[in-house]
Design a binder for this molecule. Structure first.
Ligand code: MF3
Ligand code: CO
Ligand code: CO
Length: 334
């Protein structure tokens, strides 16, 4: 993949070298995120339905393609709408001085108000994820655990929400800016949002899965970013993580085809520096080895008769992760 280099002209059209513009390491570099103290898991009222991994302690639902009857699809729409609403509510609370634990508390209430269970809470069997959302700050690439670290001006934080309601999971995330942000980090965030929407827009029945990666990886590279290879999207519905695995990096042999009625996520992580990471001692938080910022957006989507529909939108059809209408309105030349 031809990745824009430091001495190339920046992608933004400023005429400056990339390394003096959106690729300026001195601006992008952040100290490693210090992990804080994690409080006790929050309680969920007994009347809210739990997923099987919580109620019986193991996954009993099918992990194959998640294709839906019309009745199931209606339930899937509810789960996805709730996830989008929880994401908007939580994202609106992002500000300097707010801790990620406070974001978790806001999200937790928002799920419960809607009768939903936070899918991540006690997910993962023996590893038992302890919180109701994931919050990944700066060089944390994914699966950050909400803790008592206050967000600082200039940070970016990905908030990842998964709601379980009416027997279905809906999964969506967005990266939010904390206070005023430098243009280089803003460029990463905006490019990641656009890359996610471009990946989604490439979905159509009968096309091979690789179309998503073909839309994402070269676009990211043209702006000097890497795409994390190991973490992909996933089928979702009755089961949180199901088939197919969705690669965001071009992978030979990715020739299975999209089928009408399938639901899955698209959720690329873009990095400004290297794309190698290590897991923290908590068994979840994935930290980039160079602590350079990374961003991620995620939607749950449905393959329709003619193309694709984003399911993780609120009742007005909007989302902090953007929509296909936003992509049409804002798309920039690759
Ligand atoms: N929501 C994440 C995803 O997009 C999964 C988080 S699993 C957790 O697939 F256990 F880390 F919370
Ligand atoms: Co997901
Ligand atoms: Co998610």
């Amino acid at each position: 993949m031809d990745r824009l280099r430091g001495n190339d002209r920046c992608w933004c059209g400023s005429g400056r070298k990339h390394k003096k513009c959106h690729g300026d390491v001195r601006v992008l570099q952040r100290p490693p995120v210090q992990l804080g103290a994690v409080s006790a898991p929050r309680e969920v009222p007994a009347e809210i339905q739990r997923p099987d991994y919580v109620s019986v302690g193991s996954i009993t639902t099918d992990t194959g393609y998640q294709v839906h009857t019309p009745e199931e699809l209606e339930r899937m729409r509810v789960a996805c709408r709730v996830a989008a609403e929880v994401l908007s509510t939580t994202g609106a609370a992002v500000a300097p001085g707010v801790t990620t634990e406070e974001l978790d508390a806001i999200a937790h209430e928002a799920y419960i108000e809607r009768g939903a269970y936070p899918s991540t809470l006690h997910y993962g069997g023996s590893r038992d994820y302890p919180k109701s959302i994931c919050t990944s700050v700066n060089g944390v690439v994914c699966h950050g655990i909400p803790d008592d670290r206050p967000l600082a001006e200039g940070d970016i934080v990905n908030v990842d929400v998964t709601a379980f309601i009416e027997g279905m999971h809906g999964d969506t995330s967005a990266t939010f800016c904390v206070g005023a942000l430098d243009v280089a980090t803003q460029g990463l965030v905006e490019t990641t949002r656009e890359a996610t929407l471009r990946g989604i827009a490439a979905v159509a029945p009968g096309e091979p899965l690789v179309r998503i990666a073909e839309a994402i990886e070269p676009f990211a590279a043209s702006r000097g970013y890497s795409v994390v290879r190991e973490y992909g999207g996933h089928g979702i519905g009755r089961t949180f993580h199901a088939a197919p695995h969705i690669n965001h990096c071009i992978t030979p042999g990715d020739s299975q085809r999209f089928e009408t009625g399938m639901t899955f996520t698209v959720e690329p992580m873009l990095t400004t520096g290297v794309d190698s990471y290590r897991q923290a001692g908590d068994g979840w938080t994935e930290c980039l080895v160079d602590s350079m910022p990374s961003a991620q957006f995620e939607h749950t989507v449905l393959v329709t008769d003619v193309g694709v529909e984003i399911l993780t939108v609120d009742s007005s059809g909007r989302s902090p992760a953007g929509t296909l209408a936003d992509l049409e309105a804002e798309a920039t030349p690759a």
